[in-house]
Write a protein that binds this ligand. Structure first.
Ligand SMILES: C[S@@+](CC[C@H](N)C(=O)[O-])C[C@H]1O[C@@H](n2cnc3c(N)ncnc32)[C@H](O)[C@@H]1O
Length: 315
């Protein structure tokens, strides 16, 4: 694996696809990239519960007849939640294996269509009021990320498009190797959205992801130690997660905040939600945190997410 600090390095989409086909044997954990560190179900549920708070708030205006598109739906955790609330749900995923897991999960849900295909080209019809990309643009080169957002803007001309993307604090990092991925900063995603004619209404740091990523980073560190290296990942991930949960106010909140305050970018990866709509932000209505890269914040320009305001999320 090597990392490049520019988007000049293109992703190998065949490798992206083969990664997900292989990961599909553990689809639910893989959807949340928790499979390689053997993190337990409780960790995934913890992250999902915290993420749900944001999704619920941003989709709060969607009524029971709304159509919602779940792009890169993986094992279908979000598809299932949406199916319980909205009228028509379409889940799209390029991986047959991941989609098979979603089918098992959603068996019997008559308001759900699951479609296998590339999000850029798969045929989709109808208008959507809500769109979720839960970790999808990170598997697309920049030009394709822009093209997909243009497409989604057309499919949801009056809708809310939520991105949930892992990234880094500034710039771009393209990882090549068996796990091909682009980590972009919030500012890079804002530029991608603007290029696609979408405006960023709100940005919020993903606390659930940060908690999980602390566990991921610690498991990776522990497994470099010779006595632990040969042990099964779950034998490390399970106890470590239980310890982190038991000491959460310190281990998952205070310590990372202190590390951030002294300017150390740890864990390396972070994750943000971005709420997008069509159109550009009129001058003077856009609110930005002083430095979103260093001080992850929520900022809301205007519109249905609330009156014009700036909110700082807890670190
Ligand atoms: C990190 S998983 C996210 C799963 C799901 N959104 C969730 O939050 O549980 C990313 C998913 O995107 C899918 N994917 C990657 N590139 C894709 C593409 N071009 N078109 C459709 N799906 C894609 C993968 O197969 C994988 O299931």
């Amino acid at each position: 694996m090597s990392a490049h600090r520019s988007e000049g390095h293109h992703l190998d989409y065949e490798l992206v696809r083969s990664f997900w086909e292989e990961a599909a044997h553990d689809a639910e954990s893989a959807s949340y990239m928790a499979h390689e560190q053997g993190l337990p179900r409780d960790c995934i549920e913890h992250r999902f519960a915290l993420e749900r708070v944001v999704i619920d708030r941003w989709f709060a205006g969607l009524g029971p007849t709304a159509s919602v598109l779940d792009v890169g739906c993986g094992a279908g955790a979000w598809t299932e939640l949406f199916a319980q609330r909205y009228g028509r749900i379409v889940g799209v995923d390029a991986s047959a294996g991941m989609l098979a897991a979603a089918r098992r999960r959603l068996d019997g849900q008559r308001n759900v269509e699951l479609v296998q295909g590339d999000a850029l080209t798969v045929p989709l019809d109808g208008e959507f009021q809500g769109v979720l990309l839960g970790g999808l643009l990170m598997y697309l080169d920049r030009a394709d990320a822009v093209a997909l957002l243009v497409r989604l803007g057309q499919l949801a001309p009056n809708g809310r498009i939520i991105l949930r993307e892992s990234g880094i604090r500034s710039g771009v990092e393209v990882q090549t190797g068996s796990y091909q991925v682009v980590y972009r900063s919030v500012q890079e995603y804002e530029a991608v959205a603007a290029e696609a004619g979408l405006r960023v209404v709100a940005v919020e740091r993903n606390r659930g992801y940060v908690h999980m990523e602390i566990a991921v980073a610690l498991v990776n560190l522990a497994r470099r130690l010779p006595p632990i290296a040969r042990r099964d990942a779950a034998a490390v991930g399970g106890p470590l997660w239980r310890l982190l949960r038991a000491t959460a106010p310190v281990a998952l909140e205070l310590v990372p905040r202190a590390i951030g305050a002294v300017g150390l970018g740890w864990p390396h990866l972070t994750n943000h939600f971005l709420l997008l709509e069509r159109g550009t932000v009129p001058d003077g209505q856009r609110h930005r945190p002083p430095d979103a890269a260093v001080t992850p914040s929520t900022y809301i320009g205007r519109g249905h997410a609330g009156a014009a305001q700036v909110r700082r999320a807890s670190q």
